[in-house]
Ligand binder design. Sequence first.
Ligand code: ES4
Ligand code: ZN
Length: 336
Amino acid sequence: PRFVTAANGVPGEHHIHIEGALTPELLFKLASSNAVQLPTDDPAFRSVASLHQRYSEFASLDDFLHYYYIGMSVLVTTSDFEALACDYFEHAARDGVAHAEVFFDPQAHLVRGVSYKAILAGFKIAQAHAFEKFGITSELICCFLRHLPVTDSLATFNLSELQTSIRCGEVVGIGLDSSENGFPPTLFKDIYQQAKALGIRRTAHAGEEGPPSYIRDALDTLEVGRIDHGIRLANDPALLERVAAQKTLLTVCPWSNVFLKGAKSVSELPIRLFLDAGVQFSINSDDPAYFGNHYILDNYCAVQDAFGLSAQEWKSICEASIHGSWCDEPRKQQLL
Ligand code: ES4
Ligand code: ZN
């Protein structure tokens, strides 16, 4: 199987926030071209180098999110979103990614007066380019921000442009991200039921910093097909067994967990536990530009350095990754 070794690339990425692929270099360039004022009272924004440095010192998910939302404030025009996504796809091509499922956070742009149409137009140009130039297939997953009032997410979900993008297949699923603790999945039941009725895919961040009960709620109340992160599943053996039995894919992001202090090192992550329990998981980059420029292949390598997996174990990870992808069946067959 061609995906077993890192040199032959990786079958798919399921957990990449496109706004998390905004490098400090592109951030400063777009701030300048769009005349966006970056915080003057934070020395981190003095230079590309100082921003890189600050990104290596995140104390938590919320500390990272503070910079993540400031960073994306430089994204204004369709060509900004196109440049951002093209930058990501170039890294993905370098890493041999065959298929990418990309999260985006419309609420964080709509609130600044950027139109949904402008966002999507930029992504679509980049996706077409990624396919033509690199053969990378890709899908978009619209995420809702759990730290905002649920009414904001509902209003966004019901935007006619967003509903149109779902109906025409430009957006294949929904996700739930941002601050986890204090914002249980159950709050978003309404949106997820509507998404189910529309027949689209559903996933949610759960068990990144939050308790295993959030993973259970995402499965039972939101009826998700995947769980993003899910590493806290290690603390609930009964739920672990259930997730293994029903073959729900966890989209694990090793470097992200280390950078956001969810784990001291990659070797602390429950990779061995998941493999031995038969939990299906993929390995992903999350926000590569914020987490040491570790794109997906660096995450694969970090897992190998920490756990020394066998070729058979890598084969099972790659197969789980393909089976858990939200591409069409013919594409899956190509990847297998
Ligand atoms: C995120 Cl690492 C992480 N967790 C939750 N929400 C996010 N949005 C972007 N990256
Ligand atoms: Zn994430």
